[in-house]
Design a protein around this ligand. Structure first.
Ligand SMILES: [Zn+2]
Length: 167
């Protein structure tokens, strides 16, 4: 499972959905979830670099800092028992779309809140109630699924829809 998270991070870069150390990936584990570290380029992240956290935010295992947006992941896993994987990207067309404040491919735009806050996590959960994706205002995309493949496909689909819709 850890290696799937690492591979998914690499795939985000390969497909142009994030640049540098933007975005993050997580998967549910038996005691919480495993998330990518903060500030480490995806092509150098190893299985051991991932951080395992409890759903309330306690670090269970890992020597690096978790992604600064871990609260979004924790809140989604708490609210959605059906979700096993979360992918967060800053892909360009979908992020530009969030400025319009209109749904895209059924995904709603969550109200703006600063990165890393409980407010952002709460707004994302609210917009994800009946959906598998949410657009974070002025920020990016969060896709969820029962598998990492599904969550990734959600982010990729939204980027594709946004790029076709934007002249
Ligand atoms: Zn972000």
């Amino acid at each position: 499972m850890r290696s799937e998270v690492v591979r998914c991070g690499l795939l985000m870069v390969e497909r142009g959905l994030v640049a540098g150390t933007q975005g993050n990936v997580s998967a549910r584990s038996t005691s919480g979830f495993v998330v990518t570290p903060s500030g480490v380029p995806y092509d150098s992240v190893t299985d051991e670099d991932l951080i395992e956290m409890a759903l309330h935010g306690e670090v269970l295992d890992g020597r690096l800092e978790p992604s600064s947006e871990w609260r979004v992941h924790a809140a989604i896993y708490r609210a959605r028992p059906d979700v096993n994987a979360i992918v967060h990207t800053h892909s360009s067309a979908a992020t530009a779309w969030t400025e319009r404040n209109r749904p895209l491919d059924h995904a709603l735009v969550a109200a703006f809140a600063p990165t890393g806050t409980d407010d952002l996590a709460g707004n994302a959960v609210e917009a994800l109630k009946d959906h598998d994706a949410v657009l974070l205002a002025h920020h990016g995309v969060v896709g969820v699924g029962t598998t990492l493949g599904e969550a990734f496909a959600v982010c990729e689909r939204l980027e594709e829809r946004a790029s076709r819709a934007t002249p």
